[in-house]
Design a protein around this ligand. Structure first.
Ligand SMILES: C[S@@+](CC[C@H](N)C(=O)[O-])C[C@H]1O[C@@H](n2cnc3c(N)ncnc32)[C@H](O)[C@@H]1O
Length: 279
C-alpha cells in the first residue's frame, strides 16, 4: 500500500540508513553544499554518495506530500495535481508509441509511480533503473500491490557514475549533447512554457488547494510540527526536522526559479537513433 500516513513518514524516514545514522547523513549531505561551506569540486566528485543520501532522506517525504510519482507536469485549469501527473505519464507513453508487449526502460525511476501507470496504460513491461536501494525496495513492494510485479521490475544501477546530474545544464546544452551523442531529435520543447497553470503552483505558499493540502503553507506547517513531535517522542529519527527544513528551502528555490523563468523541470525531448538506409 502507498505509505501516506504520518507514521509511515516517520518509519520510512532515512530509507535504508540505520535510524541512528540519519542525523550524521543530514549533516554530511548539507556539507556538500556551498551554503554550508562545501566545495563544488568535492560535491561533484562525491555525486553518487550525495544523490543516495538525498533520496534515503527525502523519499518518504516525497511519498507523503507528492504521491508515488516524483515529477512535475503541465497542468490545465480544473485539473488536480494527481490528474495532471497521470495525464503527463500517458502523454509520455503516447509519445514513445508504446504497444502491448514492448519492453521499456525507465532510467531514474524513483519508487516507480510513472512506471506502473505507463505499464498499465500501454500494456507494456517496464524495468526501472535507479541507484537508490530504498527506492527500489519500496518500488518492488508497490509493484506487488499494483499487481504489475510479474511484468515490471527494477535494477539497481548507476548511470554515468559521477556524471549524472552534478550540475544543472541549460536546455540548449542538453539538446547539443543529444545531437553530439548521435541522436536524431524529433521534437523538443520546454513544456513549462505553455502550461495553463504554472508547474510550481502546488509549492507556492500563496496558493491553497484542498486536493494537495499537504503541500500548502498550512499543510507544510502541520507536517513540520508533526515531524517535530514525532522526533521528540523518538518515533522519527533524530535529524528528521532538518530534512524537512532543507526540503522547505528547496521548495522555495523551485518556486522562485519558476517565477523568474530561469529553471524548468519539464524540458521534454523525443529522440531516436537515426534510421539506417534500409529502415
Ligand atoms: C526526481 S526523481 C524522479 C523519479 C521518477 N522518474 C518519478 O518521476 O517518479 C530522480 C530519480 O533519479 C535517480 N537517479 C539520480 N541520479 C542517478 C544516477 N546517477 N544513476 C541512477 N539513478 C539516478 C534517483 O535515485 C531518483 O530515483
Amino acid at each position: 500500500m502507498s505509505k501516506t500516513g504520518a507514521l509511515d513518514l516517520a518509519s520510512g524516514l532515512g530509507g535504508k540508513l540505520e535510524k541512528n545514522e540519519v542525523l550524521s547523513a543530514v549533516e554530511k549531505y548539507e556539507k556538500y553544499h556551498v551554503c554550508y561551506g562545501g566545495e563544488e569540486e568535492e560535491r561533484k566528485a562525491n555525486y553518487t554518495d550525495m544523490v543516495n543520501k538525498y533520496y534515503d532522506l527525502v523519499t518518504s517525504f516525497y511519498e507523503f506530500g507528492w504521491g508515488e510519482s516524483f515529477h512535475f507536469a503541465p497542468r490545465w485549469k480544473g485539473e488536480s495535481l494527481r490528474e495532471s501527473i497521470k495525464r503527463h505519464e500517458h502523454f509520455l507513453a503516447l509519445q514513445l508509441d508504446l504497444k502491448p508487449g514492448y519492453k521499456v526502460l525507465d532510467v531514474g525511476c524513483g519508487i516507480g509511480g510513472p512506471l506502473r501507470e505507463i505499464a498499465r496504460f500501454s500494456y507494456t513491461s517496464v524495468t526501472g533503473l535507479n541507484n537508490n536501494e530504498y527506492q527500489i525496495s519500496r518500488g518492488k513492494e508497490l509493484n506487488r500491490v499494483a499487481k504489475v510485479d510479474r511484468t515490471c521490475d527494477f535494477v539497481k544501477a548507476e548511470i554515468e557514475i559521477g556524471d549524472g546530474l552534478p550540475d544543472i545544464r541549460m536546455t540548449g546544452k542538453c539538446l547539443e549533447a543529444l545531437k553530439q551523442a548521435g541522436f536524431e531529435v524529433i521534437w523538443e520543447k520546454d513544456l513549462a512554457e505553455n502550461s495553463p497553470l504554472p508547474w510550481y503552483l502546488p509549492l507556492d505558499k500563496s496558493h491553497f488547494s484542498l486536493s494537495s493540502f499537504r503541500l500548502t503553507a498550512l499543510g507544510r506547517f502541520i507536517t513540520k510540527n508533526m515531524v517535530k513531535a514525532l522526533e521528540f517522542i523518538r518515533l522519527a529519527p533524530k535529524g528528521s526536522q532538518r530534512v524537512q527544513d532543507f526540503l522547505e528551502k528547496a521548495a522555495e528555490g523551485l518556486v522562485e526559479g519558476g517565477k523568474k523563468e530561469i529553471f524548468t523541470p519539464m524540458y521534454f525531448f523525443l529522440a531516436r537513433k537515426p534510421l539506417s538506409a534500409t529502415e
